[in-house]
Write a protein that binds this ligand. Structure first.
Ligand code: IPE
Ligand code: IPE
Ligand code: MG
Length: 251
């Protein structure tokens, strides 16, 4: 069935969101899948499945209200520490998700991008990621960045390495390095810093997510577990964001 994101605009209370002062870039630490499952006496994997389901409403809402960038923390460089069975299940879910959802995202003009070192992912996952990013690369709607095998520290180190190589090859001068030049050596090159970072599940930390880019992001936390997070919660976060005064160090 062909569905269009722009239907049912009133679902999430999007009708009275102020289009002025909308965050351009929202990033989400989608946490709490395991606890969501535990609460229901289900295996952790069931929580991850439900977590994937939760993506639809959130992406649709972002697209509807005109958010430009949505970055989703899906798998961290530290998540490899989990039992192999869980890691494998997460990789399989990624493949299933992309196979199932990419054409609808494409129809809705969504651009799919990935941040992180995907070379360490299973071959099937890399193939689906490449298909999805290529298929949607000429779209002009919401950009969804999926953070996979992503870690802020490793991203910064990789940037330092790339810069050092350029200097050694005389392609860059030491005195020309500045914050904006450095940003171009990160996965998020060309993407504005997140205005709003949301973390679900009650944890009050960044967990190595976008640590360079988050320097002046507004943070919003909720106790809701990720699988229960809906467009209406996102709208609440945006409305709270719109009440905040960002000073960037000024007065
Ligand atoms: C987030 O949910 C998903 C990933 C980190 C892949 P968790 O799996 O971390 O859920 P909790 O924190 O154990 O509840
Ligand atoms: C952060 O959640 C990573 C993702 C949501 C993908 P974690 O569950 O891995 O974070 P910690 O371990 O509680 O800090
Ligand atoms: Mg967690």
């Amino acid at each position: 069935m062909i569905s269009n994101f722009r239907k049912n605009k009133s679902d999430s209370g999007t009708e009275n969101i102020k289009s002025l002062n909308l965050p351009k870039h929202i990033a989400i630490i989608m946490d709490g899948n395991g606890r969501w499952a535990k609460k229901r006496n289900l295996p952790r994997i069931a929580g991850h499945k439900a977590g994937v389901e939760a993506l639809r409403d959130v992406i649709k809402t972002c697209s509807n209200i005109g958010i430009s960038y949505l970055t989703l923390f899906a798998f961290s460089t530290e998540n490899w520490k989990r039992p192999t069975q869980e890691v494998n299940a997460l990789m399989e879910l990624l493949v299933i998700y992309l196979r199932k959802e990419v054409s609808e995202l494409h129809r809705n003009d969504v651009i799919i991008k990935v941040i992180g070192d995907i070379s360490k992912l299973p071959e099937t996952a890399i193939t689906e990621i490449n298909k999805a990013t290529e298929m949607t690369s000429n779209n002009s709607g919401l950009t969804v960045n999926i953070a996979l095998n992503y870690g802020g520290r490793s991203e910064i180190l990789l940037g330092v390495e790339k810069i050092a190589k350029k200097i050694l090859n005389n392609e860059l001068k030491l005195q020309d390095i500045n914050e904006s030049v450095f940003s171009n050596f990160l996965y998020t090159k060309g993407i504005p810093d997140p205005d709003l970072i949301i973390r679900t599940s009650g944890e009050l930390r960044i967990s190595n997510f976008l640590i360079w880019q988050a320097a002046y992001s507004e943070l919003w936390f909720t106790d809701i577990y990720w699988p229960d997070f809906k467009g209406k919660h996102l709208i609440k976060a945006i409305k709270d964001y719109q009440k905040r005064k960002r000073r960037f160090g000024g007065i």
